[in-house]
Design a protein around this ligand. Structure first.
Ligand code: PHE
Length: 338
């Protein structure tokens, strides 16, 4: 029995086979158990001797099976590893990485700049009340200036905001009469424009507002110079020209020296060396007092940047519609990780 069993164990070629042999020899119906049963027919003296022999055979089998198992397992793992060999020279699959939309990049750069200057970022609803979009911005009903911002009305009192100035009006009301106020308001705005290369019925602005004691036009100029340099390069200059907005007085239009020709004159700046980038001004006293501030003890500046315009100029994009049509080939050119 011993020889036969050991030979069978040795002949096993897989752990599965070995398991079968174990059941066959050591199981309930196996020969070892059979022999055990014979013990009851033996005499008192024979029994321990016989028992010892059977136990010895049993232990021999167990030991042999255990040893065989270790070798079989090792060779099975080796076999498996051999078949699973990885060819590290094979070129892999490139994961399809997304990237930020150019407008998002511009918005984040501007937000970072202003957060660095101690501003807070404020947001407001796109479906806005006439009150904040127009009235509080010193644009009363029937004022011809409302035409300038051809509006999508929802009903008499609600509309799609035409500028993020509406958010600034909310911030003023919420904080009055606390000073100082330093916020930038990024977001989408809507106007009834026919879409073409330079117009879109929906676009995005980032408007800034500072109100405090003794805030002056020179503070506005310094701030905007910083913006121009951050967005278009450190050697940029700005110039301000008189303009008109209802919510600022005086109002200005801000030009930045052309980043393509360095101010010498090229098609991008129409030969002038300057590119108009934003509107701004000193907050109108009416705006301050309507919101609950005393225009005699505080003053402020505000500015509004069209983010599409910055993106178009900065990246040399020739059609604003590229920013909305989501052509993946266009968007991929802004992937900074490739
Ligand atoms: N709200 C103006 C616009 O949409 C921009 C602006 C903001 C001008 C703040 C002056 C001050 O055109």
């Amino acid at each position: 029995l011993r020889e036969e069993g050991l030979a069978k164990i040795e002949a096993c070629t897989s752990t599965k086979e070995l398991q079968d042999i174990r059941v066959l020899y050591l199981g309930k119906k196996g020969p070892v158990q059979e022999v055990m049963k014979m013990m009851k027919d033996l005499s008192q003296e024979e029994r321990p001797v016989f028992g010892q022999q059977v136990n010895e055979i049993k232990q021999t089998f167990e030991k042999a099976i255990e040893e065989k198992k270790v070798t079989l397992e090792a060779s099975e793992i080796n076999e498996k590893l051999k078949n699973e060999k990885i060819d590290i020279t094979l070129s892999g699959l490139k994961p399809n990485l997304g990237n930020l939309h150019p407008l998002t990049v511009i918005q984040q750069e501007l937000e970072d700049l202003f957060i660095g200057l101690g501003y807070e970022v404020a947001e407001g609803p796109e479906v806005e009340l006439d009150l904040y979009n127009f009235e509080r911005a010193n644009i009363p009903k029937d004022h011809p200036a409302r035409d300038m911002q051809d509006t999508f009305y929802i009903d008499d009192e609600t509309l799609l905001r035409t500028h993020t100035t509406a958010v600034q009006m909310r911030v003023l009301e919420e904080n009055a009469p606390q000073l100082p106020i330093k916020v930038v308001c990024p977001g989408k705005v809507y106007r009834r424009d026919d879409d073409d290369a330079t117009h879109s019925h929906q676009f995005s602005q980032l408007e800034g507002l500072v109100v405090g004691e003794n805030i002056r036009l020179s503070d506005l100029k310094g701030t905007l110079e910083l913006v121009a340099r951050r967005m278009f390069g450190e050697s940029r200059e700005i110039r301000i020209r008189p303009s008109y907005f209802q919510f600022t007085e005086p109002s200005v239009e801000v030009d930045v020296s052309c980043h393509i020709c360095n101010g010498k004159g090229c098609p991008t700046c129409k030969g002038t060396g300057w590119i108009e980038i934003l509107g701004a001004g000193m907050v109108h006293p009416n705006v301050l007092s309507m919101a609950g501030y005393d225009p005699l003890t505080c003053s402020g500046f505000a500015f509004g940047i069209g983010m599409e315009r910055v993106a178009l100029l900065k990246y040399g994009i020739d059609d604003i519609r590229h920013l909305y049509t989501n052509d993946i080939r266009f968007l991929k050119t802004f992937n900074r990780f490739e």
